[in-house]
Structure formats: C-alpha cells, structure tokens
Design a protein around this ligand. Structure first.
Ligand SMILES: Cc1ncc(COP(=O)(O)O)c(C=O)c1O
Length: 385
C-alpha cells in the first residue's frame, strides 16, 4: 500500500513554473498545456522537504547563511547508504547546479587548447560545457541498435589518443537515451581514460531514477582509488527540488579539489535550499523515492503500451534510468523541430525534439508526471497524427 499519492494533480500554473508557463522563444504556454519537456516532475515533494522549508521560512529572516554543521555529513551518508561509496566531507564541493559544476570542472582541469569528449545524443548543455572558453569539442556518438544504445569504444579509443584530449565527460545514467551503464562499460571507459591520461568527469544527476531490474553504479563506487575521477550529483532531480539549485561534486584528488575550489570561489548557503536538500538526503525521504520509482515503472509500462497502440511506427527506447523517454519518430518525419511545433500549437502538448541533444528524428518525453497526463497527451497527439 503506497503512502504517497503520485496520481495527485498539483496545480503548477501560476507558480512561475518554467515547465508549465514558459513557451519556446518567450511568451506563455497555453492554459491547457500538457508539458512533457524540461526535466522536473509534477509530483509533490516528500513531506519532510516541505516541512523543512516551512520551518526555515518561519524564522522570517533570510540573511547570509552558512551550511548546517552536519550538512556535508548528510550528503556523504546518503552516498554511502544509496550508492555504496565513501566520500569524506572535505572531498565535497557544493555548487548551485550540476551544469555550473561541470563548467567549473572543465575550466579548472583543462587548458583552452585542450579537447573534451562527449557522447551524443546527450543532454544539450554538454555541448557548451565542452566548448567553454576555447576548448575543442570531440564527439563520440553512441551507437543506436534498434533503440538500444551502446558506446563506440573503437572511436573512443581513437579520440582519447588525440593529444588534445583531456576530459571524457559522461552522463550516467545517460539523458536522453536512458541507459544505465553497466560496470563493464564504465570500467572500459575508465581504462581508456587512464591509458591516455584523461580525466573522467561524470554527471550522475539521474543516479536515483532507476527502472526496476537495473542498478546504477557510481564511478566513485567502481573506482574508489582513482585520482582521475570527478563525479557530480544533486538532490534536484531525485527529490524534485531543481528550482532550489543545490549540487554536490566529489573527487578524491586533492589537487583537483584545490583547482576546482579556486574556480568555484566562495559559496554561501541559501537557507531554504540547504533545508530542503538536507531533508531530502537525510533518509526521511528514501521511502518516497522508492515509491516514486515504482510509480515511474508503471508510467513507463503504460507509455510503451500506448506507443505500440497509437504510434506503431515509432521506436521507443527502453529506459533503464531517468524519467525521460526517447522515441524514434523518423518513420513519421525527420523534421522533428517542425513536429514539436505542430504538436505544441495544435495539441497543446509540449514534447521536445531530439535535435538539440544531437538526435534529430527523435522526441524526448518527460514522464515524471501522473499517468493521467500521459494518457491525455497521447489522446491529443494520436488525434493529430
Ligand atoms: C544530465 C543532466 N545534467 C544536469 C542537469 C541540470 O542540472 P542543474 O539544474 O543542477 O544545473 C540536467 C537537467 O535536466 C540533466 O539532465
């Protein structure tokens, strides 16, 4: 019996929600929008998070703040409990988001003439992070075998051997294709990095969003003694607090810690954010997380059924992690930007074209929502197609 009601409709219009209100290119989304784009969820946060933010608000003054004494211990205990690795509190760097954290790491650990390897289709800010301040972007495209994605290790070997290569930036689990990399895949990537003197910079923001039958392995768990590994996580996707902006970067390499801290500079605590983040990671929300993942398994199953029934020519990738579905619609059209616009204009459903991720011909669908939203979206889009 579930303690939480993930079918609940929480009204988000009028709350300045980007997902519900911001139209592409500016302006407002229609009132009856079903937004299945930007990656936050339409589920109410676990009660301990809301209570912690209320308690912080009841203080009534929001002055400059430091982190609660046990904040970083809470972060490190969460990793031990949920991800089976040890990180000491002085090996954690706080930033206000994973994308800034990745940029800080690239700036701190590479030189302008160096190259950063990414593996598209991938979360689109990776392209800019890798190109930042003169760095060269090298693309090792994933191999798509009828909807199952894998790594092109031969090409990765070649790119890693390029003398300019300095960083392999990976997404684990991988947004948007939903792969939860197997230990052997991560080990092979790390072997290639070590052989060629590369840093393995890993974005694990989706690490707690895992479909039943799969297991995420952190690079911190697999390579506890490595000195070339930097890992970025956050409570934001996991506990639906992305608007508050808290993220945690880990590395055991002392020199990296110093260099990254020098680029990040002074970080103060936002009292509302720290309260939410600490409550989220404290253990009081673990049950909510497990139930939310079980609910997501159900939403994904329903999604595959509906795609098969209403869009038989589409190929939905089987998501192993994340709450994002990745669907090959190239049998319908290859102009997915135009399809995104048509579906938005005519159905008031906002699905993202894969183009920006390096995957034209695909749509990315955010399934972090009550199943009723999915059913209504499919009803509208099926009528159009
Ligand atoms: C892989 C990945 N990294 C980072 C982010 C965003 O992180 P933040 O909002 O903490 O900068 C997202 C959001 O969708 C993501 O999917």
């Amino acid at each position: 019996m579930s303690r939480y009601n993930f079918d609940e409709i929480v009204e988000r219009r009028g709350s300045c929600s980007s997902k519900w209100e911001s139209a592409p290119g500016g302006g407002k989304l229609p009132e009856d929008i079903i937004p299945m784009w930007v990656a936050d969820m339409d589920f109410a946060c676990a009660p301990p998070i809301v209570e912690a933010v209320h308690a912080a608000a009841d203080q009534r003054i929001f002055g400059y703040s430091h982190f609660p004494d046990d904040y970083f211990t809470t972060v490190s205990d969460f990793q031990k409990r949920r991800h089976n690795f040890n990180v000491s509190t002085d090996e954690i760097i706080y930033t206000e988001g994973v994308v800034p954290a990745l940029s800080f790491a690239v700036q701190a650990l590479s030189e302008p003439d160096d190259a950063v390897i990414i593996q598209p289709p991938v979360y689109y800010p990776f392209f800019n992070v890798a190109r930042a301040k003169g760095r060269t972007l090298l693309e090792n495209r994933l191999i798509n075998n009828n909807g199952y994605y894998s790594i092109d290790f031969d090409n990765l070997e070649e790119l890693a051997a390029d003398p300019r290569s300095k960083i392999l930036l990976i997404c684990s689990p991988h947004n948007p294709v939903g792969r939860v990399w197997k230990p052997e895949e991560l080990i092979r990537m790390q072997e290639i990095c070590q052989k060629n003197g590369l840093i393995l910079l890993c974005d694990e923001i989706h690490n707690d969003l895992i479909r039943s039958g799969y297991q995420h392995h952190s690079v911190m768990e697999l390579f506890p003694d490595a000195d070339n590994v930097v890992c970025c996580t956050a409570p934001s996707k996991t506990f639906n607090i992305a608007g508050l902006g808290a993220s945690h970067m880990f590395t055991h390499n002392k020199e990296f810690l110093e260099k990254i801290r020098a680029v990040v500079g002074y970080t103060s605590s936002n009292p509302l954010t720290s309260a939410a983040s600490q409550a989220a990671l404290s253990g009081k929300c673990d049950e909510w997380l497990d139930e939310m993942n079980a609910y997501q398994d159900m939403v994904f199953s329903r999604f595959y059924e509906l795609v098969a029934e209403y869009f038989p020519k589409a190929v939905a990738t089987k998501a192993e992690g994340t709450y994002l579905a990745w669907v090959d619609v190239s049998a319908y059209t290859t102009d997915t930007k135009a399809l995104e616009k048509k579906i938005l204009d005519e159905c008031h459903v906002y699905l993202e074209a894969g183009d920006a991720f390096g995957g034209p011909g695909f749509l990315r669908v955010n399934l972090g929502c009550p199943v009723s939203y999915l059913e209504e979206a499919v009803r509208r889009v099926a009528a159009l197609l």
